[in-house]
Design a binder for this molecule. Structure first.
Ligand code: TXA
Ligand code: MG
Length: 323
């Protein structure tokens, strides 16, 4: 767990680590989406993240760690939390745990819990090791917009506001980490993601609350707000293509490659794989958002845990448009 072979950080990672140690901020790759990183223990550096993203200070950040020693420096771990860590870390699972006093208020929005995750992307891992500090990082998008899954997305939207962007290629998962609130009984799925709810339940041998009630005025995770992750174009959802008006001139996204293809058809996966669909979603929404004149229709994913994260992100993206 967290034990990685010793690798020499490349020069770029050392330069990025230096920026972070000196209070700078930068775009960093993770296996889920790109993050906007700062030294989590430096409040004035963390403040720059909020400013660059125009993110409200009430929205707490995830703290990224390289190993369990660092994780236990920032949060109180129960046996169950250690179990989930051993099963899913490094990887796309974030646990919300009681916070330790070393974590500045600005990171947790003054809450007594902190969100912690150990990413598996090798560049992010090396960066945290080289910076010798936990790294606070929200997704590297302006607040409320679709998360970036390529370095160029970060450069496009936040390039002028950061000290560096580390290019780690396309994100393997493509949607943000699964977030579980570990301090409640039952535990709550605050955000569905690449680690499925059923896998967490199996690891813990207990049910978790998959659709906790969201208080829109005081959300436990603002990522839970109905309209988050929104593109600018009107996005509507459909089950069957027959629901789309026949004169619709905009773009139509299918979950899997349709048998019959038209020039305005796009698809999230070749053969209906949920992992491939998650990986493609944000990049495709971004690309279509640039060209779309008449709005976008996207097919609803099938029911079930495999598709929960995709259904969740589509639901939120759609909500803003239907206001
Ligand atoms: O995959 C990810 O999680 C990416 C990469 C960069 O690690 N990060 C990410 O961060 O998606 P962000 O800030 O965009 O989303 C984190 C969510 C927010 O909705 C925030 O409200 C919630 O986590 N959160 C953070 N700390 C929390 C806490 N103590 N209690 C409840 N929710 C918390
Ligand atoms: Mg985000």
């Amino acid at each position: 767990m967290g034990q990685k072979p010793l690798v020499k950080p490349s020069r770029d990672i050392l330069v990025a680590a230096r920026f972070l140690s000196e209070g700078g901020i930068g775009g960093v790759p993770t296996e889920t989406v790109y993050g906007l990183a700062a030294d989590a223990l430096n409040p004035s550096a963390v403040r720059k993240i909020f400013e660059a993203k125009s993110r409200p200070f009430i929205d707490p950040l995830i703290v990224h760690v390289s190993d369990m020693r660092m994780a236990e420096q920032v949060a109180e771990f129960t046996d169950e939390a250690r179990l989930l860590a051993s099963r899913f870390w490094p990887g796309p699972l974030t646990m919300v745990l009681p916070r330790k006093s070393i974590v500045p208020d600005i990171v947790t929005a003054g809450m007594d819990t902190v969100a912690v995750r150990m990413p598996s992307h090798p560049i992010m891992h090396e960066l945290i090791c080289a910076a010798h500090t936990p790294i606070a990082a929200p997704s590297a998008n302006p607040f409320g917009y679709v998360s970036p899954t390529k370095a160029e997305h970060v450069i496009e939207q936040l390039g002028g506001r950061v000290d560096f962007v580390l290019d780690g290629g396309d994100c393997a998962c493509g949607v943000e980490s699964t977030i579980v609130l570990m301090t409640s009984n039952p535990k709550k799925l605050l955000r569905p993601g690449p680690v499925r709810a059923c896998d967490i339940e199996e690891a813990l041998s207990q049910k978790i609350d998959r659709s906790p009630k969201v208080n829109e005025a005081h959300p436990q995770a603002p990522g839970m707000l109905k309209s988050h992750y929104s593109p600018k174009s009107a996005l509507r959802l459909f089950n069957d293509v027959s629901e789309i008006p026949s004169d619709f001139k905009g773009e139509i996204i299918f979950i899997k490659r349709p048998d019959e293809i038209k020039s305005n058809y796009y698809w999230l996966s070749q053969d209906g794989s949920p992992k491939e669909a998650m990986r493609s979603l944000f990049a495709l929404l971004r690309a279509l958002d640039k060209i779309s004149k008449y709005g976008i229709y996207c097919q609803n994913p099938p029911p079930g845990d495999d598709w929960l994260a995709l259904a969740d992100r589509l639901g939120r993206a759609r909500n803003k448009m239907s206001k």
